[in-house]
Design a protein around this ligand. Structure first.
Ligand SMILES: [Mg+2]
Length: 342
């Protein structure tokens, strides 16, 4: 890693919606969960957009088309056009098209979003390993994807065809809980082939490239709930990020984040776009933020104070990240996180 590790969350004297021209928003766990809008998301996004911020939605889910995602967002009260939505299906389609001749036949294991994205790049989706494909592309196919599709992919890959995957998220959150994601499906095919796919989705560069190409963002802010996709993707792309606590990441995971998983800013939900961010101030071994002070001492993390618990979390992250440097903080944070009530 060439750049110096982030050792504390950043402050911002202006609202993030003014400091950045484009928000690159993750969907699941940020805008909606299980198909329903997350608390405060609709109002906060409306206010940010009215203030001039461009909103784009960046999802690793390759199942649905951008048009279907945009319609869903619009129904939730977040008006969006298909061009505002960037999917890992689009990113993998560009990756495939860059390596194959125009009109090439591609065996597709996945849903409509992947089919549409491949056609958009001039590729011809086919169903069988016997349809003379020259590559295999695999994306999330939803609960109805038949097991036989993994066999089809395996036959083609074992004949020596190159293999591409939209993303490798192992799980996917749904209304009834956590289900196996495309990464789990990729593992199934890997077991039968021993091969290694080229992957497009977050946190990898093809997805970030697709997003920048499609949005024209000059000063983007990545907004996400997941450290190993959203925040690491922002880190790899060299752009700033906001972690919201409405999805899969909790306070303890943030405190223990590896350097590539440390967000620029931390907030409870999307209302964080509309405000500035408080500074974390180092003073000797202590880090202060709002009414809270945190430090690493006697082999554990300590935080004390009062006021907004988020400020306490920002101070606690600074104490942990500074202590860990280029590594992962292994000090006991349980009591400190409990003290914050997070
Ligand atoms: Mg998410």
């Amino acid at each position: 890693m060439s750049q110096a590790s982030r050792t504390r969350p950043s402050g911002s004297s202006t609202a993030l919606s003014e400091a950045y021209d484009t928000a690159l928003l993750d969907l699941d766990g940020v805008v909606y969960a299980g198909g329903l809008a997350i608390r405060h998301a609709v109002e906060a996004l409306g206010t940010a957009r009215d203030g001039g911020m461009h909103l784009a939605y960046v999802t690793n889910n390759a199942l649905r088309t951008p048009a279907a995602v945009a319609q869903h967002l619009t129904e939730l009260g977040v008006p969006a056009e298909p061009t505002d939505v960037i999917t890992s299906a689009q990113a993998v389609a560009r990756l495939v098209a860059d390596q194959l001749p125009a009109g090439a036949r591609v065996l597709v294991i996945g849903g409509e979003g992947l089919q549409v994205a491949l056609r958009e790049r001039g590729l011809e989706p086919v169903e069988s390993a016997d349809d003379d494909p020259v590559a295999v592309v695999q994306g999330y196919g939803g609960p109805d994807l038949a097991w036989g599709r993994f066999a089809e992919a395996s036959y083609a890959i074992n004949r020596g065809l190159p293999w591409f995957a939209s993303n490798t998220d192992l799980t996917i959150p749904g209304a009834r809980g956590i289900a196996p994601g495309n990464g789990a499906a990729v593992e199934v095919v890997r077991i039968a082939t021993g091969a290694e796919p080229q992957v497009a989705g977050k946190p990898l560069p093809p997805m970030h490239r697709e997003t920048v190409l499609r949005t024209g963002a000059e000063r983007p802010l990545v907004v996400g709930d997941r450290l190993d996709t959203d925040i690491e993707g922002a880190f790899n792309g060299g752009v700033d990020s906001l972690l919201v606590l409405t999805g899969v990441t909790d306070a303890a995971q943030l405190v223990a984040a590896a350097p590539e998983h440390r967000p620029t800013y931390i907030d409870a939900d999307l209302r964080g776009l509309l405000t500035g961010q408080p500074e974390v101030t180092p003073a000797g071994e202590n880090f202060g933020c709002g009414g809270w002070t945190a430090s690493a001492r006697d082999g554990r993390l300590v935080v004390d104070g009062e006021g907004d618990a988020l400020d306490g979390l920002r101070a606690l992250c600074a104490a942990a990240w500074s202590h860990a440097g280029d590594g992962v903080c292994e000090l006991d944070a349980e009591k400190a996180v409990a003290r914050l009530g997070l």
